[in-house]
Write a protein that binds this ligand. Sequence first.
Ligand code: PLP
Length: 356
Amino acid sequence: MKKHNFYAGPSILTPYTIKNTADAVIDFANTGLSILEVSHRSKEFQAVMDEAQALVKELLEIPEGYHVLFLGGGASLQFAMVPFNLLQTKAAYLDTGVWAHKAIKEAKLFGEVDVVASSEDKNYNYIPKHYAVPDDVDYFHYTTNNTIYGTEIRKDPDVKARLVADMSSDIFSRPVDVSKYDIIYAGAQKNLAPAGATIVIVREDALGKVTRPIPTMLNYKTHADKGSMFNTPPVLPIFSALQTLKYYKEIGGVKEMEKRDLAKAAVLYEAIDSSRMFEATVKDHEDRTIMNVCFVMKPEYTELEKAFIDFASTKGIVGIKGHRSVGGFRASLYNALPMESVEVLVAAMKEFENNN
Ligand SMILES: *Cc1c(COP(=O)(O)O)cnc(C)c1O
């Protein structure tokens, strides 16, 4: 049966990415070697790295003065690398959930942290609005998309301080004004590639400002100076990332991707909002993500939640169980998910509602 993959991460990849990666596992670039066994110093892999970096720059219209790195350690390592490299005295953070929280915890190891606002009071089901970022902090860090709670900030903020964003779960789902940012990072496993690589976009000018010594591997400068080839990079995920980036370019870039993502989310939210049985956990439309739609059953139907997941699985729908801290359901509509899968989910919701 055809599966409809709504997992939050690792998650669905484009068929183009999977097919080309599978082919390269057998024979990479006519080398007679698998991508799994080829040297990262070979000219064939260097070409992959160069093209992947160039395509990230092209798709996100990254101006001069930035490096594109593919690092190991996941987005979680960036929680520590960012303050290690940028936090001299004080940084500001926006607390919008678990991932922001983890980033704050690491930053506190390096200096003072000013949490400018938090939505913890309502289990992070909204985006805090009225807060000020002090001008004198070393940087302001925020999470663009809160994967667990289904909230998203889709507008690049205007702040005087340096700006750092965790875009792990919504990178390439909209055009970004990169010139506003000093660092953007994103684990690959949501909109790009298998787990194992993290994209880091870093402004050259943001580096070298702290006085502490930084271990070689945790210093952005090490990787920037070597074109992200200081040590063995995650070869396979970078190869897969290149395939996804080519696909994004082919369909018309991130503007077209955003159009498709908005359309998918609109269909699902409309079905939830007009339902007798289901309701969205994020009420304010302005705060709703287009990547990870979170919803629950209305109080009078909550005992049917498990039954719905079982029913959906008979239609090939997988990965819709909500994160344990929110409950209910989460349908991740990442870039690679086709509209057809959203339509199958909506039809399953309607059928289940009629049957119960
Ligand atoms: C998944 C996720 C992370 C964690 O990524 P890892 O690569 O597992 O470390 C961090 N931030 C956000 C917003 C995420 O969605």
